[in-house]
Structures are given as structure tokens and as C-alpha cells.
Design a protein around this ligand. Structure first.
Ligand code: G3H
Length: 489
């Protein structure tokens, strides 16, 4: 059991003696299902939230604080010290990733290692940005020394599905550019931040990183209402983002870096390599049980091949093995949200009532903490599954006869992150790519949707994102261009 009794504010690990919350895992430690108690975390109140905010505001010091004015090499040294200390915590964090959110061992290790790599890449990219900022230009007799500077105080809120990696994709670039931060870990995947508290404390000047635990409404609301947050950085849902933005007195002008919902489609054309399309659609729909914003969430398959696609796809889904995260070959794992199996079942029932069938034999079979992925066909616009971001193991297959059908659906959708396109004929693919790239931000050719490699831009249109993440772009998203101008005299 891990009892987290401290939180990090103003460079101090403060002892908390008030209310705590119990953190449970949906992975059962006994054969008869019973959630496992993993530990406790502090439930801080509004006063502690204000303490964290004041600490970040003071450390920023209107841009005059130690951190925003620190020399490039010194700021890099702090980041390097942090990543070196973080690396020593791999085993603890990976174990907690498995227990807290049910991510399987290889993916948990990947999440940790990818985060380490992300930090190193960010340091390298920051050196480039600095070189870029040292550039002098002259135009129409005006000399410009272009720089890139911090924005201020950043409130960082990450999601449960990548509680380490995605939170750090916000936090690390925000810090690297000289901002100060308040970070509240996600509701699930919160204990895994505990092993890193001391590394944060040891590596950064006081007040630069503040870590608080508790309910969003109690902590984030007063922080936003204070009007002292310069950037809201959140990966999660648009409902939370909208609420937080509206709490800020100048919310309509608040800077935001947001990664939100998506309903990424796959489009399988008549000439697609079916084995490849099936394989990629399995990974795309069911990695981490479909709990990824980048997951494929609807499969459009041309009517001429849909029967064969369905047969191969449904068969492959049924071959996937379910197990606890540390078990060899466990592709499907327990779902960390207790209400998720019920929600997925609702989507299945709704689609079934309106005429869709479950194609795979195991589809929809449930245990207390799991529902086996169900492949539903034919899915249409009247079904909830067509529109809602399922964020879990249920896969709608939509047949189409004319490519305009998926294109029109994408144009009408509230989201615009990515698409996967499967086909071979360059003459067909090429104009289609030009169309799709203006509806989403990433077109994956004969491959599933994903965020990585992290050096590539990660963003979305419409309700899917605000600003761009990834190594290089995130540094830009958390900074502002400034310059010094002088004239020829
Ligand atoms: O939940 C959304 C994540 O950004 C997914 O990242 O594509 O690397 O799994 P991924």
C-alpha cells in the first residue's frame, strides 16, 4: 500500500493531515472479484490550491523570477537532473501504471521509456529553439533580435489513459520554456506520480513545479477563478476544458493547450491489402482496450469487400487474449473505470435495437471489470455508437458505396484529429489524401492512427484540440515570440 501523505508546494514536501481518498484498482487480487486497495492520496482544499497558485505566481515573478530569467544551460541542467532521477524510478512507476490503470506490461514500460525519451528530445529541441531565437534579421532598415519567451503560470491537467506520458507532454515543455506550473494528477493514475515528487523537488527551483492532489472542482476551480493562470494545459474532455475556461475571468482570451476527443475513422478502399488493413485496424481499435484519443473509433469499409473484411476482422478480435497486465501476451486487460463495461453495453444494446449485429462470438461477454470487444455491423447514423466517442472496446463497422459518404461524415463531425486510409492505387489515393488532410490533421496511409513518433506534430481540428503538441511544437505552444527592434541610425 502506498500512502501518499505529502504534496509539493513552494519547493517543500508538505505533510497533509486532513482528508484522504482511497485509490482502488479494478484488478482483483483474489479469484472472486473485489477491487484492490492500492493506497491513499491527500484531498487538499481550496486553501492549499491557493498556496500552490501563489507559489507558482511568486516563482514566475511577472517574468522576473529565477526560472523565467535563467540562462539556457542552467535550465537544461535542471531538466537533466530531473530526468536522471526519474529514470531510477522506472520499476515503481511501471508497476503502478499496471495496477492503477490496467495497462499491460510492455505498454506500461513503453509509456515510461517514451516519456524519458520525450524529455531528452525536448532538451535537444530547446537548444535549437534557443539558437533560432538568437537569430538577427534586418528588413527595411529595422534590425530584429527575435526571441522566444515564457507565457507565465500554467495549470496542467492530464488524462487517466496516459497519466505519465501525456501529462509530461504538457508539463515538460511548459517548464522548459520558463513557465511555472501547478500540476494536478489525473483521478486514475495518481499514485504513480508519488515516486517522482522528490525528483521534482530536488531538480527545480522552489515554486516552479507545484503538485497538488484532490478533486478538480475543489482545486482547479478556485485556481481558475483567481484569474492568475496564464495557460490552461489539459488533455481530457471538452466538457472539463469548457468549464475551466469559463471559470477564468478572462476565459475568452485565455491561452490554452488542449488535447480533447476524437472519433478517428479508418477508410478501407476496395483495393486495400485486407490482411494489412485487418491487422492495423485491430491495433488501432484495441490497443489499451480502445482507451486512446488516437484510437480508430469507426471503420468505414467499402461494400464490395465488407463481408470478407468482417469475417477476418471478427475472427482476429476473438483471438485476442485477456489477462492481468503483467501476464504474457495479455492484449486485453481489466478496464480501470468501473462504469465503463456498463456504458459499452449501453452502446451495444442501442445499436442492436436499431439493427446492428455483433459479428464476433465473444463480443460483449462481461466480467465485473471487463467487457470483451464487440464488433458491430452494420452501424448507421441513428446509433449512439456512430457519434459518441466510445473510448473503450466496441467497434462500429459502417459499409459505404461512395467515398463521398465517409468524407461527408468527417466534414459533419465535431472532431478532426486523424484518419487511416487503406488502399493501393496511387491515382485514387492521391486526390483523396488532399481532401482528407483538410478535414483532419494526420492522414495515416495503410497504417492505424497514433500520436507518435513524438517529434511529429500532434493536434486536431474542431473540438479535437487547441494548439499543437509534440516535441518541437509544444515548445512553441508554451511560449511567445518577442523581439528587440532597432533602426539603422
Ligand atoms: O489518448 C491519446 C493518446 O495521445 C494516444 O497516444 O497514439 O501514442 O497511443 P498513442
Amino acid at each position: 500500500l502506498l500512502h501518499q501523505t505529502t504534496y509539493l508546494v513552494d519547493g517543500e514536501l508538505k505533510q497533509w493531515k486532513g482528508d484522504t481518498a482511497e485509490i482502488y484498482s479494478t484488478i482483483s487480487s483474489t479469484e472472486k472479484y473485489k477491487p484492490t486497495l492500492l493506497g491513499t492520496i491527500p484531498q487538499l482544499g481550496g486553501d492549499e490550491a491557493m498556496e500552490a497558485l501563489d507559489s507558482a505566481v511568486k516563482a514566475y515573478g511577472n517574468g522576473q523570477g529565477l526560472w523565467p530569467t535563467m540562462k539556457v544551460e542552467d535550465r537544461i541542467a535542471c531538466m537533466e537532473k530531473f530526468v536522471e532521477q526519474m529514470k531510477t524510478k522506472r520499476d515503481e512507476v511501471v508497476k503502478l501504471l499496471m495496477w492503477e490503470i490496467g495497462k499491460n506490461l510492455p505498454d506500461s514500460q513503453k509509456e515510461f521509456d517514451r516519456t524519458i525519451e520525450y524529455i531528452y528530445d525536448t532538451i535537444e529541441a530547446y537548444k535549437d529553439i534557443d539558437r533560432d531565437s538568437a537569430r538577427f534579421q534586418k528588413h527595411s532598415g529595422v534590425h530584429a533580435h527575435i526571441r522566444r519567451g515564457p507565457l507565465g503560470v500554467v495549470l496542467c491537467l492530464g488524462p487517466y489513459n496516459y497519466p505519465l506520458n501525456e501529462t509530461f507532454c504538457l508539463l515538460i515543455p511548459a517548464l522548459m520554456m520558463g513557465n511555472t506550473t501547478i500540476f494536478k494528477p489525473a483521478k486514475l493514475g495518481v499514485l504513480l506520480i508519488s515516486p517522482l515528487l522528490e525528483a521534482f523537488q530536488n531538480s527545480f527551483p522552489k515554486g516552479v513545479v507545484n503538485i497538488v492532489y484532490g478533486r478538480g472542482r475543489v482545486l482547479a476551480t478556485p485556481i481558475m477563478e483567481s484569474g492568475k493562470v496564464d495557460v490552461l494545459a489539459l488533455i481530457g474532455n471538452s466538457k472539463s476544458a469548457n468549464a475551466l475556461q469559463s471559470q477564468h475571468p478572462k476565459g475568452n482570451r485565455l491561452r490554452m493547450v488542449l488535447g480533447l476527443e476524437a472519433k478517428n475513422p479508418a477508410i478501407v478502399l476496395p483495393d486495400a491489402d485486407l490482411d494489412l488493413a485487418v491487422e492495423e485496424c485491430i491495433t488501432g481499435t484495441l490497443s489499451f482496450n480502445g482507451q486512446r484519443c488516437t484510437a480508430l473509433k469507426v471503420l468505414y469499409v467499402h461494400e464490395s469487400i465488407v463481408e470478407e473484411f468482417n469475417r477476418r476482422f471478427a475472427y482476429k478480435v476473438d483471438q485476442l487474449t485477456f489477462g492481468n497486465p503483467w501476464e504474457d501476451g495479455a492484449k486485453l486487460t481489466p478496464l480501470p473505470e468501473v462504469d465503463k463495461p456498463g456504458y459499452i453495453q449501453e452502446l451495444i444494446d442501442d445499436a442492436a435495437e436499431k439493427g446492428a449485429k455483433i459479428l464476433n462470438t465473444k463480443g460483449g461477454q462481461t466480467t465485473d471489470n471487463f467487457i470483451f470487444p464487440a464488433v458491430l455491423f452494420p452501424v448507421n447514423k441513428d446509433m449512439r455508437l456512430f457519434k459518441e466517442e466510445q473510448f473503450g472496446p466496441v467497434i462500429p463497422v459502417v459499409p459505404f458505396s461512395d467515398i463521398e459518404e465517409p468524407i461527408n461524415d468527417m466534414a459533419e463531425s465535431d472532431y478532426g484529429q486523424q484518419v487511416s486510409l487503406f488502399g493501393k492505387n496511387v491515382n485514387t489515393l492521391s486526390p483523396l489524401i488532399d481532401t482528407l488532410v483538410n478535414l483532419v490533421c494526420r492522414v495515416n496511409l495503410n497504417s492505424s492512427c497514433q500520436r507518435g513518433p513524438d517529434v511529429y506534430p500532434f493536434t486536431g481540428r474542431k473540438d479535437s484540440a487547441v494548439a499543437t503538441l509534440s516535441v518541437h511544437d509544444a515548445l512553441r505552444s508554451f511560449s511567445i515570440r518577442t523581439f528587440v527592434a532597432s533602426k539603422d541610425n
